[in-house]
Design a protein around this ligand. Structure first.
Ligand SMILES: Nc1ncnc2c1ncn2[C@@H]1O[C@H](COP(=O)(O)OP(=O)(O)OP(=O)(O)O)[C@@H](O)[C@H]1O
Ligand SMILES: [Mg+2]
Length: 412
């Protein structure tokens, strides 16, 4: 019987609260698992940024990454570690780098998801480059953006093709507003998308491995109140549909962690943003839902580390396309079939068994942890980084209160 230590690395930037909770709960769990006769223990470390030899070995079995979508040195270190050292990373850095919102719309349209009609338009302005002038003179066709707007109908949304954090997003009610929005979009490549309007429900689905939490979301509320504390707002069928949609896209692109937005109109969930592969993980937005995320990250990363889960290095889209091309299947049947591929790729059953068998004490440990001074300090630290001095106490109390409410609902 060998004694093995699995090392989990946290590749972090501005994140403050969830890593503290993740590390502390792991410490309190003090796991020593019997995996195939070996005694497996776990350590967690934060990755540092420093020069590296491409041939140097890697200390980690699993890395949870939150920075490589914009920090290139870490991205290249992670890519090297996947290519050369069999590292397992949440999320696949190539997929993050190249699969923007536009790519996810195309994938979903091809798979039959009811994505609202969407156009892409060339940018209004350009950074100078040597070949720009001849290229545009030869090939750029003049167009009238209001013709596209009229064709799509109003209201619609103009928003960046990659995007995130609501930057550069405009709701467009008429041709005049469309012209003005395009005018100010500058060098960004934009989408114009038909609004899902009216809709009677807006959901965000957070996926971590095979775990999905569906949250009622109000984008019109202030940042700290967008994730709603709401229960029983979906039928079992709707929950299954959203779970299948989320896990289909996540496994299609190789994202272990993503959050997906869909709007319900006449009973149909239309996806508008399924490419957030570095989702908001802060207690200041997730509050009541924050402990779920920390626990989900722990479960999935421990499972990946303990079972030596292999990183899928290449995307493999053919099985999804085979289902998409089966004319005898309706959307519902296709979605169930995509969901089955997702569950297989994510080893959903094996994961459930692993959690039941090895992590049965996690609920209790987390419940206790989220009443501790360390948890309170993690919340306060995050609040201090975002709020003005005179609001720190009240917002710390606010988020802490919602976490205590979560504890209460868990204990019922
Ligand atoms: N087609 C649409 N129909 C209705 N509302 C939309 C549509 N597209 C965008 N919106 C609204 O605009 C908001 C921002 O759009 P989107 O999510 O695509 O951009 P984002 O930059 O990723 O924003 P975030 O980071 O908040 O998710 C959405 O939360 C939603 O309220
Ligand atoms: Mg969004």
């Amino acid at each position: 019987m060998a004694q093995i230590t699995k090392r989990i690395g946290l590749s972090l930037g501005a994140d403050l609260c969830w890593p503290i909770c993740y590390e502390e709960i792991l410490k309190r769990l003090d796991l020593e698992l019997d995996i195939g006769g070996d005694r497996v223990r776990f350590e967690v470390e934060r990755l540092t940024i420093e020069p590296f030899d491409l041939r140097q070995p890697v200390r980690y079995d699993v890395v949870l990454d939150r920075i490589t979508h914009w920090y290139h040195t870490s991205r290249e270190w992670i890519k090297k570690a996947i290519l050369m050292d069999d590292l397992y990373v949440l999320n696949n850095p190539w997929s993050l780098q190249s699969m923007e919102k536009a790519t996810s719309y195309c994938a979903m349209m091809r798979l039959g998801f009811p994505v609202p009609d969407t156009w892409m338009v060339p940018p209004k302005e350009y950074e100078p480059s040597p070949d720009l002038q001849p290229t545009l003179e030869r090939y750029a066709k003049l167009f009238d953006i209001t013709e596209i707007g009229d064709q799509l109908g109003y209201p619609s949304y103009m928003k960046p093709y990659d995007g995130g954090a609501w930057v550069g997003v405009d709701r467009i009610n008429d041709a005049k507003a469309l012209k003005a929005a395009y005018e100010k979009s500058g060098t960004r490549v934009m989408h114009l998308q038909k609004a899902v309007d009216p809709h009677d429900l807006f959901v965000r689905c957070i996926g971590v491995g095979p775990q999905v939490r569906i949250v009622n979301y109000d984008p019109s509320a202030p940042l700290h109140e967008r994730y709603q504390v709401d229960f029983n707002f979906l039928t079992a069928d709707e929950a299954r549909t959203l779970r299948d949609m989320t896990l289909t896209i996540n496994t299609f692109f190789g994202w272990d962690f993503n959050s997906c937005e869909a709007l319900r109109q006449d009973g149909l969930f239309q996806p508008i943003d399924f490419a957030n592969a570095c989702p908001d993980s802060q207690v200041t937005s997730l509050h009541f839902h924050f402990p779920w995320l920390v626990k989900a990250q722990l479960r999935w990363s421990l499972f990946c580390a303990a079972t030596d889960r292999k990183m899928r290095r290449t995307v493999d889209w053919d099985p999804y396309y085979e289902i998409a091309d089966r004319d005898e299947l309706d959307y519902e049947a296709k979605l169930a079939a995509y969901g089955a591929i997702a569950n297989q790729r994510l080893e959903s059953e094996r994961f459930e068994e692993f959690c039941d068998h090895h992590l049965s004490q996690l609920d209790e440990v987390a419940l206790e942890f989220f009443a501790s001074d360390t948890a309170l300090e993690a919340v306060r630290t995050k609040v201090e980084s975002l709020y003005p001095a005179h609001e720190i106490d009240s917002f710390t109390d606010h988020f802490w209160g919602l976490i205590q409410f979560w504890r209460k609902t868990e204990m019922e």
